[in-house]
Structure formats: structure tokens, C-alpha cells
Design a protein around this ligand. Structure first.
Ligand SMILES: Nc1ncnc2c1ncn2[C@@H]1O[C@H](COP(=O)(O)OP(=O)(O)OP(=O)(O)O)[C@@H](O)[C@H]1O
Ligand SMILES: [Mg+2]
Length: 302
């Protein structure tokens, strides 16, 4: 059983254009899936469809084999959702908000209290637990919103830009929590984000969506090979020296390799041809490099 699955999932808000077009994907249990794409690509729409906040125009989706529209209660019991629209109560304190949501999720008062305290401490909100939410800063409210999504220990967690508006330290805390959730508790995470560097650290696989269509999917290696993003060899030589057929980049001479395994032979060749090599390195494509390749490629194709 997949944690998350969509088949030909399509959503039109206006009956004319599709905000989401024919999305087919699966996410295995216990993995962290990064859902990436420009503004307006359809990420939030997808999360809303998976969590039953919207009905598909066509196609279907399931979470742990359950249909969000047919079984909204079961899906909500097993899922946690954090979106920009998931509001809490401004006149209640952080603690009261979490307790309220713990109890609506069916937890006892004691279990809810314990879980709320644990999350408030983990997310550095313990000192603000008795403050009204309306007095929280944006980043504090954002962290409380994550705590709310986690209060019922969900098996599947949908996070729509969870680090939006967080300072770098808080963003790091949230990212470590997400990674630990998948590692320690087997929680499946569906993460919409624009922060590609963080995504590369915590996601196992990705989907790239643009204008409602999935344009790429897989782990970083697959994404790289599908679009021909290759690893590069880089050499730093003595000043004034150069390498024919290589590109100069900030004091480094770089060339694409067919395969990583070609590096030792190339290094040997460069040395044997009389160059002094001060440093040599493999430059692997990052998620950011690959993302831009796909999105730009898509623009050219249009
Ligand atoms: N409630 C709505 N009514 C009408 N159109 C909508 C609604 N919500 C979203 N859309 C449209 O659907 C498309 C996809 O929007 P969506 O919010 O899913 O994008 P997104 O990938 O989450 O973007 P962002 O990165 O900006 O959050 C956009 O063209 C948007 O204008
Ligand atoms: Mg969005």
C-alpha cells in the first residue's frame, strides 16, 4: 500500500482551465516527498485534494488507500496538515489551541496535555505557551501550526511551505524535525517547498510541477539523468595555466563527465600532461541546478 497515490488527478476551479492537470504519482510509506514548482503551479491545490478540502474534477487520489472525499474522518484521523489556510484560534493560547485540536482528534485530556507540551518544547514555544495566539509573531504562529499538524501523531503529514517566514534557526529546527519524523516514526511526509537546499537535505524523492502538470519525478539521481544534468570534474591549477576544452569558473577549470568513475583517469591525464594540480573535485548537480533545468526546459518547449 502506498501512503499517497493520485491517478489522473485533475482540478479546475473555473471549469475552463485546469489548476491541476492529470497528476499521477505515488509516495511510498515512510518517505519524504518534495513537491516543487513555481508560484501557481498547483502544489497547494494538490494538498487540498489529498486532504479532502477540495473535490477532484477528474481522476482520484487516496491516502493510505482511503478516499479523502468518501472517508474524510478516517483521512483526518491519520493525517496531519499544515497549510497557510489552516487557521487556529487567535483568542486561545498556544497550549489551549493544541489541546483543542488534540481533543478533536480523539485524544484524552492527559494524552493531549503531554503531547502538546512535548511539541511546544521541541518547537521552542514552551515559554510562549500561555500567550494568546493573536500575540504570536508570524514565525511563532507558523511553528504552532506545525505543532497542531503533529499533535495526533499522524501517519501521513502534508506540509505546505512549513518554513515560510521562519528565521534560519527555526527553519533548521523544523527541517530536522521533519527528517527525524520520517527516520524515527516512519511518518510519510508530503512537503511543498520553494527552499530547494533544505529539500535536498531532507527529501528522498521529488515531483516537479509546472502550470498544473507534473514535469519530472524521482530521486535526485533519476532527475539528473532524465534531463542530462551531469557531474563535472573541476581542477585548480597554477596561476596562468589553462586546460583546453574546459570552462573557466572562478579559478577552476571544469568539464562534464559521462560518469563519476571517469574522474581518476582524467585526473591522471591532466597531471601526466604536465599541469600542476593544486585541487581536484567532483561537482555534483544540486537539486537547485536540476530544478532550473526542468523549469527552463519546459519554458523553451512551450
Ligand atoms: N480558490 C481558488 N479559486 C480559483 N483559482 C484558484 C484557487 N486557488 C488556486 N487557484 C489557481 O490555481 C492555480 C494553482 O494554484 P496553487 O495555489 O495550487 O499553486 P501553488 O503551486 O501552491 O503556488 P504557490 O507556490 O504560490 O503557493 C493558480 O493558477 C491559482 O490562481
Ligand atoms: Mg501554495
Amino acid at each position: 500500500m502506498y501512503a499517497i497515490s493520485a491517478k489522473n488527478l485533475t482540478k479546475s476551479y473555473d471549469g475552463k482551465t485546469n489548476a491541476l492537470n492529470d497528476l499521477t504519482l505515488t509516495v511510498p510509506q515512510g518517505s519524504v516527498f518534495g513537491f516543487l514548482g513555481p508560484n501557481g503551479a498547483g502544489k497547494t491545490t494538490t494538498v487540498k485534494l489529498f486532504t479532502g478540502l477540495l473535490k477532484p474534477t477528474q481522476g482520484e487520489c487516496t491516502v493510505l488507500d482511503l478516499h479523502p472525499v468518501k472517508n474524510p474522518c478516517d483521512v483526518h484521523r491519520l493525517c496531519g496538515v499544515m497549510t497557510e489556510t489552516a487557521r487556529m484560534y487567535g483568542q486561545l493560547t498556544g497550549m489551549q489551541n493544541l489541546l483543542f485540536f488534540a481533543q478533536t482528534a480523539g485524544m484524552s485530556r492527559d494524552a493531549g496535555n503531554e503531547r502538546a507540551a512535548e511539541l511546544l518544547k521541541q518547537l521552542d514555544l514552551w515559554d510562549a505557551r500561555d500567550k494568546q495566539l493573536s500575540e504570536y509573531s508570524t514565525g511563532m504562529a507558523q511553528r504552532l501550526s506545525l505543532a497542531r499538524a503533529l499533535v495526533n501523531r499522524p501517519q501521513v503529514l502534508f506540509l505546505d511551505e512549513p518554513t515560510n517566514g521562519l528565521d534560519p534557526e527555526s527553519a533548521q529546527t523544523v527541517n530536522s524535525m521533519i527528517a527525524a519524523l520520517a527516520d524515527n516514526t516512519g511518518t510519510t511526509v508530503f512537503l511543498c517547498t520553494h527552499q530547494l537546499r533544505y529539500a535536498q537535505d531532507i527529501c528522498d524523492s521529488y515531483g516537479i510541477i509546472d502550470k498544473g502538470r507534473l514535469i519530472a519525478g524521482g530521486n535526485l539521481e533519476t532527475l539528473c539523468s532524465d534531463i542530462g544534468c551531469r557531474v563535472k570534474a573541476g581542477f585548480r591549477l597554477s596561476e596562468g595555466d589553462s586546460l583546453e576544452g574546459f570552462d573557466a569558473d572562478n579559478g577552476w577549470w571544469q568539464a562534464e563527465l559521462q560518469r563519476e568513475e571517469d574522474m581518476p583517469k582524467l585526473l591522471k591525464k591532466v597531471i601526466e600532461s604536465g599541469h600542476d594540480v593544486f585541487e581536484a573535485r567532483l561537482i555534483k548537480p544540486t537539486l537547485e541546478d536540476v530544478y532550473f533545468e526542468y523549469v527552463e526546459h519546459q519554458e523553451v518547449a512551450e
